[in-house]
Ligand binder design. Structure first.
Ligand code: BGP
Length: 487
């Protein structure tokens, strides 16, 4: 007789919360010894449909940005002023009942030039204050070590992750923060959306001026190899320093569907998914999957691996798999198939799905599909560390923001997460993206709002920066209080 209990909901201790990134919230971009990061040389996109604006940085633009000591043209230098308002913001999170707060440490607050001989004590002390504030409310920090914010000095010195030397700089930084915060942080992750390294500068910190498409692809995958090795070393560092802590990888999940049941479209979908799962294969399984050998050969990519790298990858596999999930895409074998799905250019239009104001196709069922696929493929705890709806919130005549559209988006995704848990998935937590309005990664807009809390700041940085709970603030508070039972 075979019968096992089916989970009815989220486990006790489920890590409900919200997710942010230093470069999108902190501001104080050059305060207390901090160095400028790659995120802080990116201007606001001219057109909201271009979320790849963060990658379009040339040497000339870099020199111009470095010469500009202000935050006027670089929204991520402003953030939402978390650096000064962290106590108020963490209190707001506690008022919602957060169990977890995903945030990143800005590498350049700790080592302003990326590889300085000594760390910057003022930077270390800031994050001590933030973690202590979280501890007041029993909120677990979930810390991203690199969230699209590499010290720009490493771009200038060695073209960022294109250089193998950046591995040593990064792992000196990780060892420093693991030792400093080992009694305050129990959940870490290495690279935010590591697959974004195939998109360019924003994740690799490497300039691509004048490179051909093949040369850019070679640069991306070599830079990613260096990040894989750095991640594996960091995993082993943490396990040695704090055996009770957990460290994960983090992927931007791009769930694909075939445009038709034609087997060639299904095959194309499989191939697109393989290019996404490559990153979690390496970091969860500890080796490059065979399907990449053919892909590299066909795209003239040759990975320069040092002796010992493969053993490092095998030894440095992660404890959990985390990922961002916003939308799904459509794949087709037809070379003329339109590849514009909202402001991302990887997939096609799905006639069965609605889109956000930025054209991201809303697909809650896709989250269940993704969770089942990850669980069936890897059997490691899963963590949804980004999910949310970027929207143009409007203050109603009554002075409040009635963001029912955001509540509905999140409700539908939580329902599907619960179904995945009933399917047998081991899901450790859920941190929605941008619990307090912040600067968009792709377009650097403030007006692309995700928060349960509104921030009075416009795309030009004007405003009081005052915070105001939206309707969704009170809804999410109830979701957490009921551990996902009351949606
Ligand atoms: C992910 C990033 C986050 C966040 C999110 C939303 O790629 O990890 O930093 O920004 O996307 O994207 P956007 O801010 O462009 O709407």
């Amino acid at each position: 007789m075979y019968s096992k209990n089916v989970s009815t909901g989220f486990k006790d201790g489920f890590l409900w919360g919200g997710a942010t990134a230093a470069n999108q919230i902190e501001g104080a971009f050059n305060l207390d010894g901090k160095g400028i990061t790659t995120a802080e040389v990116v201007k606001k996109a001219e057109d909201r449909s271009n979320s790849m604006a963060m990658n379009e940085v040339t040497r000339e633009m870099l020199d111009e940005a470095i010469a500009d000591p202000s935050d006027t043209h670089y929204p991520k230098r402003r953030g939402n002023d978390f650096y000064h308002r962290y106590q108020e913001d963490i209190k707001l999170m506690a008022d919602m009942g957060f169990k977890a707060f995903r945030m990143s440490i800005a590498w350049s607050r700790i080592f302003p030039n990326g590889d300085d001989a000594q760390p910057n004590e003022a930077g270390l002390a800031f994050y001590d204050r933030v973690f202590d504030e979280c501890a007041k409310y029993d909120i677990e920090p979930v810390v991203t070590l690199s969230h699209y914010e590499m010290p720009i000095a490493l771009t200038i010195k060695q073209n960022g992750w294109a250089s193998r030397d950046t591995i040593a700089a990064f792992t000196k930084y990780t060892e420093t923060v693991f030792n400093r915060y080992q009694h305050k942080v129990k959940y870490w992750m290495t690279f935010n959306e590591i697959n974004a390294g195939t998109w360019g500068f924003n994740a690799t910190g490497a300039l691509e001026d004048g490179l051909s498409a093949d040369e850019k692809m070679q640069l991306h995958y070599q830079s990613l190899h260096h990040q894989f090795v750095a991640s594996a070393i960091a995993v082993q560092q943490l396990h040695a320093i704090d055996p009770d802590a957990q460290i994960g990888c983090m992927l931007a999940r791009m769930q694909n569907y075939p445009n038709t049941p034609n087997p060639v479209d299904v095959l194309e979908t499989q191939k697109q998914d393989e290019l996404n799962l490559f990153f979690t294969d390496v970091q969860v399984r500890g080796e490059y999957p065979e399907f990449m050998n053919r892909y590299f050969a066909e795209h003239h990519v040759v990975i320069d691996m040092a002796d010992g790298d493969e053993e490092l990858l095998r030894e440095g596999t992660v404890d959990y798999l985390s990922f961002s999930y916003y939308m799904s895409m459509v794949a087709s074998a037809d070379p003329d198939f339109e590849k514009t799905s909202g402001n991302l250019t990887f997939g096609g239009k799905n006639p069965y799905l609605e889109s956000s104001d930025w054209g991201w196709q809303i697909d809650p069922v896709g989250l269940r599909i993704t969770l089942n696929e990850f669980w069936n493929r890897y059997h490691v705890p899963l963590f949804v560390v980004e999910n949310g709806l970027g929207a143009q919130d409007v203050i109603a005549e009554d002075g409040h923001i009635h963001d029912d559209y955001r509540i509905d988006y999140l409700r539908q995704h939580i329902i599907q997460m619960k179904e995945a848990v009933k399917d047998g998935v081991d899901l450790m937590g859920y941190t929605t993206w941008g619990p307090i309005d912040l600067i968009s990664a792709g377009t650097s807009e403030m007006s692309k709002r995700y928060g349960f809390v509104y921030v009075d700041q416009d795309d030009s940085g004007n405003g009081t920066l005052d915070r105001m709970p939206k309707d969704s603030f009170y809804w999410y508070k109830q979701v957490i209080a009921s551990n996902g039972a009351e949606l």
